[in-house]
Design a protein around this ligand. Structure first.
Ligand SMILES: [Cu+2]
Length: 126
């Protein structure tokens, strides 16, 4: 009986700690406005430089949806300014919040010529 009480006490502590860790992780997740005050626009490619991103952090893309969009491309798409893979997720709200996955995350503007104008970012999330 004592053993059972002890086991359930230990389980309660483990559960409590897990919940707190989860909470801590949520609190630690950061939100970044891409391009800062200028927003998602031309020549934004250097914006990630010197910043530290974690998996679960949110990027907020602010732009005029009549002019721009955001496409979550792969490495090839980023390098060649093409919608790759062809079914790459596209965002068009003008205020898109996108959660980073671990590893490289690539975004371009899908409007012809804009990615070539530096409207592209590569973000590595730890
Ligand atoms: Cu654009």
């Amino acid at each position: 009986m004592t053993q059972m009480v002890r086991t359930s006490a230990i389980l309660s502590v483990i559960l409590l700690l897990s919940v707190q860790l989860l909470h801590l992780k949520m609190v630690l997740a950061a939100t970044f406005v891409v391009g800062d005050a200028a927003g998602w626009t031309f020549n934004v490619a250097a914006w990630p430089n010197g910043k530290h991103f974690k998996a679960g952090d949110q990027l907020v893309f602010k732009y005029d949806p009549n002019v721009h969009n955001v496409v979550a491309v792969n490495r090839n798409g980023y390098d060649s300014c093409a919608i790759l893979p062809p079914n790459a997720p596209e965002f068009t709200s003008g205020h898109d919040q996108i959660k980073l996955k671990a590893g490289p995350n690539y975004f371009i503007c899908g409007v012809p010529g804009h990615c070539e104008g530096g409207m592209k970012i590569a973000v590595i999330a730890k």
